[in-house]
Design a protein around this ligand. Structure first.
Ligand code: SF4
Length: 419
C-alpha cells in the first residue's frame, strides 16, 4: 500500500512514495535531493551525485559521504524515474497534495493548502503537478548531461558556499581567490584570480537566469562569488550592486538579498558608511573566515589577518546593520594549537558585544588540503594532526562553550558542498 504525498512549492516538486523514499526535483525536472532507504542523495548542477549516510564508529553515529561513479549516477536517475513511472503515475489521483504558495505555483486559495487527494485539488494545481512530473520524466541521462555542460559553460568551478547558501543563485563576479596562499586551503589553487568586468557580470547574470528557468523560485538569495568577491575597490563594488539590484528585484522579487564571503584583511579597510551603502543596495550577510582568534595559529595558517582586525571589521559590519556568519576552523594546527585555539577563539566570540540572533557562528571541521606545502609544514613543525574523533570532540567543546550566545552555532562541513 503506497502512502503517496506530493509537495508543490516555488521552483520544485517533492514526491514522497513512502517514509523511506522521498524525491525532490526542481521545476525544470532536475533531481536535486533524494532520500532512499536511509541514504541521502544530492545532485549538483554539474551532474555529480553525492551519497550521504550514517554509520557507527566508536559508539558514535558518524556521517559519511562519497561521490557516485557515473554508472551509479545513471542507475540512480533510472531508479528515480522508474519509481515515478511504476508507482506514482498510476496512483497519482489518490496522492495527498500539499502546496506552498509562491512564484511559479498556481493560486491555491486560503491555507492550509492541503488536499487528501490530488483529484480534489483545484484544476490548475493538478495540471501543474502533472506537467512537472512529465517534465521530470523527460529529463533522461542525455538531457541531464547536456544541462550540466551548459552549467559548466556558465560557471567556472565553484570552490565552496556557506551551508545556508547552497540554494542561492550564485553570481561569479570574481573568479578564484586573490590571496590563494592560506596553508589550509586548496579550494582555488587551480583557478587564476580575475575580477570580471561589469558588462561580463551582467551577461553572466542573464545566462544564469536563463539556465535556472522555471526553477528560479527555488533560489532564495543571491550569492556573490567566488572566494572574496567583495575585495573589489569601493567604487567598483557599489557600482556592481547598483547594476545588479534592480535586475534581481525584477527577476527574483522574492530574493532575500545579496550574500558573500569577506576576508578580514580586505574588509577591515572600509568605513561603516561604505557597508551601510551596500546594505542599502541589498547586501544582507557577510561570511567571514575568522578560522581562529589565536594569533600564532592564524600566522601558522598563513592567513594575513589579525584578531584585532577581525574584531573591528565585525563591529563595523554590525554597525552598518549587516548580519555576519563567522567561520571557525576546528582542528586546525593539530595538537600543538588545540587548547590555545579553543581558549582564544571562545573568549573572542563570547566577548563580542554586538551579536544578534540572525548572525551565525559556523564550526568547520578541519579537512587536510591536497597541498604539498601544508604536509611539508606539518612534518617540519612536528605537528600531530587531530584525528576525526578528536575533531568531533572539539566541535562538541565549542558547541558547549558557545551554546548560549545569541547567534546560531552550526556545523559547516566543506565536504558536504555541492551546488
Ligand atoms: S581561505 Fe579564503 S583567503 Fe585563504 S586561500 Fe582560501 S579562499 Fe583564499
Amino acid at each position: 500500500m503506497l502512502d503517496l504525498t506530493l509537495h508543490l512549492k516555488p521552483g520544485a516538486l517533492t514526491v514522497g512514495l513512502d517514509p523511506v523514499r522521498v524525491y525532490s526535483f526542481d521545476a525544470e525536472g532536475r533531481p536535486f535531493h533524494a532520500l532512499r532507504h536511509g541514504k541521502t542523495y544530492k545532485r549538483g548542477l554539474d551532474h555529480r551525485f553525492m551519497v550521504l549516510w550514517r554509520e557507527v564508529q566508536e559508539d558514535e553515529s558518524v556521517r559519511r559521504r562519497r561521490f557516485l561513479s557515473p554508472a551509479e549516477a545513471r542507475d540512480l536517475v533510472a531508479t528515480l524515474h522508474q519509481d515515478l513511472r511504476r508507482e506514482v503515475l498510476p496512483n497519482l489521483h489518490r496522492a495527498a497534495l500539499r502546496v506552498t504558495p509562491g512564484p511559479g505555483v498556481p493560486k491555491a486559495g486560503p491555507p492550509p493548502n492541503l488536499w487528501p487527494r490530488l483529484a480534489e485539488a483545484p484544476q490548475p494545481l493538478q495540471q501543474a503537478v502533472q506537467e512537472t512530473l512529465h517534465r521530470i520524466l523527460e529529463r533522461d541521462e542525455t538531457w541531464l548531461a547536456e544541462d550540466a555542460r551548459r552549467f559548466r559553460e556558465i560557471y567556472s568551478p565553484l570552490g565552496i558556499l556557506p551551508p545556508d547558501q547552497y540554494l542561492a543563485l550564485v553570481l561569479q563576479v570574481t573568479q578564484g581567490c586573490h590571496w590563494n596562499q592560506c596553508l589550509f586551503c586548496d579550494l582555488y589553487t587551480r583557478i587564476p584570480f580575475r575580477i570580471r568586468p561589469l558588462p561580463e557580470v551582467l551577461q553572466h547574470l542573464e545566462a544564469v537566469l536563463r539556465f535556472f528557468g522555471r526553477a528560479l523560485p527555488l533560489r532564495k538569495s543571491v550569492f556573490l562569488a567566488d572566494a572574496n568577491a567583495l575585495m573589489l575597490p569601493e567604487r567598483r563594488a557599489t557600482e556592481l550592486l547598483e547594476h545588479l539590484a534592480p535586475r534581481i528585484r525584477q527577476a527574483m522579487p522574492w530574493s532575500r538579498g545579496f550574500f558573500s564571503f569577506l576576508d578580514v584583511f580586505t574588509g577591515e579597510r572600509h568605513p561603516v558608511a561604505y557597508w551601510q551603502r551596500l546594505a542599502h543596495l541589498g547586501l544582507r550577510r557577510l561570511y567571514i573566515g575568522l578560522e581562529s582568534a589565536h594569533e600564532p595559529l592564524i600566522r601558522w595558517l598563513n592567513k594575513p589577518e589579525t584578531r584585532e582586525g577581525a574584531w573591528h571589521l565585525l563591529l563595523r559590519l554590525k554597525e552598518a546593520g549587516l548580519s555576519v556568519g563567522v567561520i571557525v576552523l576546528v582542528g586546525a594546527g593539530g595538537h600543538r594549537f588545540r587548547e590555545p585555539h579553543f581558549q582564544d577563539t571562545v573568549a573572542f566570540l563570547r566577548a563580542f558585544p554586538r551579536w544578534e540572533p540572525r548572525d551565525i557562528v559556523y564550526l568547520s571541521p578541519f579537512v587536510p588540503p591536497e597541498k604539498p606545502e601544508y604536509h611539508e609544514r606539518v612534518r617540519a613543525d612536528r605537528i600531530r594532526p587531530l584525528t576525526e574523533t578528536e575533531i568531533r570532540r572539539e566541535i562538541r567543546r565549542f558547541q558547549q562553550a558557545l551554546h548560549d550566545l545569541p547567534p546560531r552555532v552550526t556545523l559547516y562541513n566543506i565536504q558536504d558542498f555541492l551546488y
